[in-house]
Design a protein around this ligand. Structure first.
Ligand SMILES: Nc1ncnc2c1ncn2[C@@H]1O[C@H](COP(=O)(O)OP(=O)(O)O)[C@@H](O)[C@H]1O
Ligand SMILES: [Mg+2]
Length: 276
């Protein structure tokens, strides 16, 4: 459904207006020939993505190699195009008539040579204005993919600390990194509150670069619970549901022991108790 809850461009503009949050939002423009080449010239790599996208669908990475050569990375395929005209025509063939935007690419760190970013769940209780981080998971992109969306990229989900400790940024102070991620996530939820006054849950896509600088990729209003079910982390899953005032679908024991039960429910994306 085309509501503003799913409109990435509106959410980006609204968040960017908050001066304390603006530094964490990568430069983004509505897609056009001019916007693409000017952002590429500045940043060398950009992400071109649908304003109404979800689950990593239609996300394209464009890189300027120099000498008028461009690499276009879509799904798990990389194609080289010579000349701006050819490159743009190829990108347009993927985009069609959909509304798109173009965003500076965050150069993400890796785990086993695969790119990763994070999903952070922020919630508040009914009648409370205090936002709390209730869940956090590392999303590792599958081999050859630039999107970390778990199903699309056949990726991997990891807990925060063990994931960072196995990553190419393991030398960074982990507590400071987590504090910064939490701060930016909480501030995002608080900033979006006037736009969605009754809303009580956000799933932030957060990326860090290879120096540990934090960026907000997008704010989801209807984050999937599947990450926490797949991770088989009963603690995070139950905490999230308790904030939602919903009974857990699965007991902790069932979740850990009965893998088939979990995967059957995950397969049913229309199940409102999990995907909502
Ligand atoms: N600017 C960016 N820099 C680095 N990676 C990005 C960027 N934008 C998107 N991605 C990757 O692509 C994925 C999908 O993009 P996102 O904006 O979250 O759209 P969707 O609604 O399809 O999930 C992100 O989770 C991230 O892995
Ligand atoms: Mg996303």
């Amino acid at each position: 459904m085309r509501t503003r809850t799913r409109n990435k461009w509106i959410k980006y503009l609204f968040m960017k207006k908050n001066a304390s949050l603006a530094p964490y939002l990568p430069e983004t423009r509505k897609m056009s020939n001019q916007a693409l080449w000017s952002l590429l010239e500045k940043h060398r790599h950009v992400m071109v993505k649908p304003v109404w996208g979800s689950r990593g669908r239609g996300v394209i990475q464009v890189s300027d190699l120099g000498n008028d050569n461009y690499i276009i990375h879509f799904e798990n395929m990389r194609t080289m195009k010579r000349g701006k005209k050819n490159a743009y025509r190829y990108i347009k063939s993927k985009i069609g008539s959909s509304a798109y935007m173009v965003q500076r690419r965050i150069t993400r760190p890796t785990i086993n040579k695969r790119l990763f970013d994070m999903r952070v769940i922020v919630q508040r209780k009914r009648n409370s204005s205090d936002w709390v981080v209730t869940g956090k998971v590392i999303k590792v992109a599958g081999k050859g993919y630039i999107v970390s969306n778990n199903t699309r990229s056949h990726g991997q989900l990891l807990r925060f600390k063990p994931g960072i400790q196995r990553s190419s940024i393991r030398h960074l102070p982990i507590t400071e990194l987590e504090t910064q991620i939490d701060k930016v996530s909480l501030l995002s939820a608080d900033t979006l509150r006037p736009l969605f006054p009754n809303h009580r849950i956000y799933g932030l896509d957060i990326a860090t670069d290879r120096q540990g600088h934090v960026s907000i990729i997008e704010a989801n209003l209807y984050p999937a619970m599947s990450h926490f079910l797949k991770l088989k982390d009963g603690v995070m899953y139950r905490r999230i549901l308790s904030y939602k005032n919903e009974p857990p679908l699965l007991s902790n024991r069932k979740m850990i022991i009965n893998k088939r039960y979990v995967s059957n429910h995950l397969a049913d994306s229309s199940n409102p108790l999990i995907f909502h």
